[in-house]
Design a binder for this molecule. Sequence first.
Ligand SMILES: Cc1cc2nc3c(=O)[nH]c(=O)nc-3n(C[C@H](O)[C@H](O)[C@H](O)COP(=O)(O)O)c2cc1C
Length: 191
Amino acid sequence: MNADVFSLYGSPRSEGFSSSIHDALLAPLKETGLRIMEFNPYFSGVLPCTACSFCKSNERCVNDDGMNALYETLMTCSLVTVSSPVYFSGLSSPLKAFIDRCQFIWERKGLVKPKAAFFMAAAGSAYEGTFDGLRIGIRHFFNTLNASFDEKEFIFLKGSDEMDGTPKEALRTAGAIGKKYRAMLMQDGNE
Ligand SMILES: Cc1cc2nc3c(=O)[nH]c(=O)nc-3n(C[C@H](O)[C@H](O)[C@H](O)COP(=O)(O)O)c2cc1C
């Protein structure tokens, strides 16, 4: 299936902090005719990569768990958005498994359409370097997707353990970023 936007939710909590911020970002994009594919690896049984190298010489992954249908979308869409909780200072494990399975795309680096990408994450605590591990992994993922991105704009919400709900300011920021991408994609004639 083709899509203009591929949105990867990395939290098992659909109403948690990172998912709420992600929803706020997508809201302006959903007001258009843009085709948005939302995917959460928690609910789809994405298997881990086993480094079998099958994807090096075949046009698919050896696993038949649904990922093969997503590679084309990831390679041809115009915007990728990703959200994750911080788990042990890293990405959530199903999200990491999804990213590892994009080794298929890494093997085809020269064939991936340029696109934009955005990342947001939520952490229960607030210690030095809370998001460092995620930042590095996401940078690697976005580079593999041939995506341009501005890390200074990424939304990192710290200290969620002490919060009652997602701060309005984070939701507003996400909405403004969604509007920016909406303008960019409509200008590019994606609708
Ligand atoms: C398995 C697990 C590991 C966690 N590890 C960390 C951590 O390393 N650092 C941190 O600040 N918070 C940690 N937390 C707290 C989550 O980051 C926090 O609850 C966050 O809001 C979850 O994101 P979500 O609301 O989008 O689901 C952890 C929570 C769980 C369940």
